[in-house]
Ligand binder design. Structure first.
Ligand code: SF4
Ligand code: SF4
Ligand code: SF4
Length: 270
């Protein structure tokens, strides 16, 4: 059965109350909620060649109506983000149905790498002064000393226009009161936002959450290699805790219950 047929069946059998996919709008593909009341819209259902954090839309819907049964188109990165959202109690797995779409023709990393849909190019100036989108974090560490790394990151951060696009698109940025809008941390009315604090605050918050979907980097109008930054953060989390966000629904080392961390750091090698 094709995907449209599967969605129709999910809706008619009331397995889901709403199904999140895409539709064409003035030549652009935008997220769209399909329901029993607009079944005729399914003729316009689109599923490929586009990425958006539909799981974030699901989180907002579930916040308003926790009993809503939600279906959505899911890529590999969507599944990882959903696992993080279940872990952090932002969604209930029993209320979510996914229809998986294959997105990546080849795999260069452990999980599907959606940047393969649209490989990023790094211009000469950025290569000289900033950070190559496609650099390997370990090579970057080896090839640049502390001062060089700091200078390259400060160049990248200085381009930030504080549009919040990275946070807004991120499927695992779900805090009702975002620290990045706390005037004690990030003074309003100035550009760029205080660097590197603005970016380090978000990077620390992504520890144990970021699923390496790359949507933030795609959204960033300043071409800051955000994915690269959070990948470095996740490498540390994996080394210290043996934890890979989104790999499965498991306790996170950063989920605090009472005053206890739920995963202990791995013993360090002698
Ligand atoms: S890659 Fe960016 S958008 Fe995706 S989960 Fe990580 S921080 Fe969020
Ligand atoms: S940037 Fe930090 S505080 Fe803001 S929504 Fe994301 S995780 Fe929450
Ligand atoms: S999307 Fe880019 S420019 Fe916008 S706030 Fe995030 S880092 Fe800054």
């Amino acid at each position: 059965m094709d995907i449209t047929g599967q969605v129709e069946r999910l809706l008619k059998q009331k397995t889901v109350d709403i199904f999140l996919g895409y539709r064409d709008f003035c030549g652009h593909l935008i997220p769209h909620g399909y329901t029993l009341d607009n079944l005729e819209d399914l003729d316009n259902l689109k599923t490929s060649s586009v990425r958006y954090s539909l799981e974030k839309v699901a989180t907002h819907l579930a916040e308003k109506n926790p009993d809503l049964k939600i279906g959505l188109i899911a890529r590999d990165c969507t599944e990882r983000a959903l696992n993080v959202l279940y872990t952090w109690n932002q969604l209930k797995s029993e209320k979510i149905e996914t229809i998986d779409v294959n997105c990546c023709p080849s795999r260069t990393r452990e999980h599907a790498d959606c940047s393969l849909l649209e490989p990023k190019k790094t211009g000469n100036f950025k290569q000289k002064n900033g950070i190559d989108f496609n650099a390997d974090p370990q090579d970057f560490m080896a090839e640049n000393d502390n001062g060089e790394r700091f200078s390259r990151w400060m160049y990248e951060f200085s381009k930030c226009i504080k549009c919040y696009g990275c946070r807004n698109i991120c499927p695992v940025c779900f805090c009702p009161d975002c620290s990045l809008e706390n005037p004690d941390l990030v003074e309003p009315g100035f550009l760029p936002p205080e660097i590197p604090i603005f970016h380090l605050v978000r990077a620390v918050h992504m520890a144990g959450r970021c699923v390496d979907c790359g949507l933030c980097e795609d959204a960033c109008p300043a071409e800051i290699p955000l994915r690269f930054l959070y990948r470095q953060m996740n490498d540390i989390v994996e080394q210290v805790f043996g934890y890979i966000p989104g790999k499965s629904i498991e306790k996170s080392p950063f989920t605090i219950i009472g005053d206890k961390v739920t995963l202990e750091p791995k013993p360090m090698d002698a």
